[in-house]
Design a protein. Structure first.
Length: 332
C-alpha cells in the first residue's frame, strides 16, 4: 500500500475530552458496587447486563449529558475521550494478561465502568467468533503475536473500522485504559472521514462511493472464512458519509479503486490524532465516521504491559436481531 505511518512522526494530541471530577469518580466507584461482589459472579449473563443497564442511568449527570451529545453528533473527529474514570477500588491491579483471547469474565470496577458508559450510547454486543463472544475483552500484547494485525499484536496496527467485514459491525468502540504503556510508544490513533473528506477530489470520492472493494475478517476472528460482497468505502450522504474500510483487510478490485483507497489513507494519516492513553482514560470511537489504529511498541511481557478493556455497542438491536441467536447480545 502506501508508506506506513512513521512511528516517530509528530501526531497531534487533540480530541474532544471530558474530565471526570474527583467527586464524580467517587460516585462512579459507589455505583460499581451494584455490579461487583459475590452476588455478581459473571459478566456474560442476562442478569448482569440488565443490572449494568439499570446502573448506567445513575451515572453523573454531566457524564450522561456528554455521552448524549456525542451520540447525537460525534463532531469533526468522531472520538470522545473521557478522563479520570476509576478502574479499581482499593485493591492493586493484577498483572497484565498475556494469553490469547483474553477477556474479563468476573465483574470488576473497570469492566463495570466501561460497560455502564457504553450502555448509555447503545446496546452492548460481542461477536461469537471473536474471543468466544465475551462482552468485555482485553486488548493486550500476546507473545508470538507481535506481527498480528489484531488487538494481540504490537507492530503498527493499520487504521480500520472495527469489524468492517460484518453487516452488523459496532457503531461504537470503547477502549478503557487499565494500565498505560510503560514505554510511552503505544498511541491510539484516530482519524475521521469528516476531516479527511475535504482533502479528496470529486473523482476520488466517486470511486470510493462505488462497490469496488472487498473486506476480509480480521485475525481476531480466527479461521472464519467470510468475505462480504463488493462494497463501497464511502456510504450514505456524499457530503457527510460513513466510512467502511480496514487498510489491512480491504482490497480494491481495480486500479482506480487502488489509487482512490491510497488517497483516502493519505488523507486519514494527514488528519490523524494520537492519544497516549493513561489509566482511567476511555476513548470512545464512533465506528461509522472514524477509523482507529495504534503505533508500534515493544512489549516486555513482565506483567506491566499496556492493558485496555474493549466493549462494543450498537444503536439498534432490531437491526441485528437476525444475527443474535436467542435475542442475546452475541452476534454470529
Amino acid at each position: 500500500m502506501h508508506q506506513m505511518i512513521q512511528q516517530h512522526q509528530t501526531i497531534p494530541q487533540t480530541a474532544s475530552a471530558h474530565e471526570i471530577s474527583e467527586a464524580e469518580r467517587s460516585e462512579i466507584v459507589a455505583l460499581t458496587e451494584r455490579l461487583t461482589g459475590p452476588e455478581n459472579e459473571l459478566i456474560d449473563t442476562p442478569q448482569w447486563l440488565a443490572a449494568a443497564l439499570d446502573t448506567s442511568s445513575s451515572l453523573p449527570r454531566t457524564l450522561l449529558r456528554t455521552l448524549r451529545a456525542f451520540r447525537h453528533d460525534p463532531g469533526p473527529d468522531g472520538t470522545l475521550l473521557l478522563r479520570n474514570l476509576p478502574v479499581v477500588a482499593d485493591a492493586p491491579l493484577p498483572a497484565t494478561p498475556a494469553v490469547p483471547n483474553s477477556v474479563e469474565r468476573v465483574p470488576t470496577v473497570a469492566a463495570s465502568v466501561v460497560s455502564s458508559v457504553m450502555l448509555q450510547l447503545g446496546e452492548v454486543i460481542a461477536f461469537r467468533n471473536e474471543k468466544s463472544g465475551h462482552l468485555v475483552q482485553n486488548v493486550v500484547p500476546v507473545p508470538g503475536r507481535e506481527e498480528s494485525q489484531s488487538n494481540a499484536g504490537s507492530v503498527l496496527l493499520e487504521l480500520h473500522i472495527e469489524n468492517a467485514f460484518h453487516d452488523n459491525r459496532p457503531d461504537y468502540v470503547g477502549l478503557l485504559c487499565i494500565r498505560e504503556d510503560p514505554t510511552g510508544d503505544a498511541k491510539l490513533c484516530t482519524s475521521s472521514i469528516r476531516r479527511a473528506l475535504p482533502l479528496l477530489d470529486a473523482d476520488t470520492r466517486q470511486v470510493l462511493a462505488e462497490p469496488r472493494f472487498l473486506t476480509e475478517p480480521p485475525p481476531s476472528f480466527g479461521t472464519l472464512d467470510s468475505v462480504r460482497s463488493a462494497h463501497p468505502i464511502l456510504v450514505g450522504d456524499p457530503e457527510d458519509p460513513n466510512v467502511l474500510v480496514d487498510f489491512a483487510a480491504t482490497h480494491p478490485l481495480d486500479d482506480p479503486a487502488k489509487v482512490a483507497m491510497a488517497a483516502l489513507r493519505e488523507a486519514f494519516v494527514e488528519t490523524m490524532v494520537g492519544h497516549r492513553l493513561r489509566v482511567g482514560d476511555l476513548a470512545v470511537v464512533d465506528n461509522r465516521v472514524a477509523v482507529h489504529g495504534r503505533t508500534s511498541f515493544t512489549p516486555r511481557y513482565d506483567g506491566a504491559d499496556r492493558w485496555l478493556e474493549r466493549v462494543y455497542a450498537h444503536l439498534d438491536n432490531r437491526r441485528s436481531r437476525v444475527d443474535r441467536k436467542g435475542g442475546g447480545p452475541v452476534l454470529g
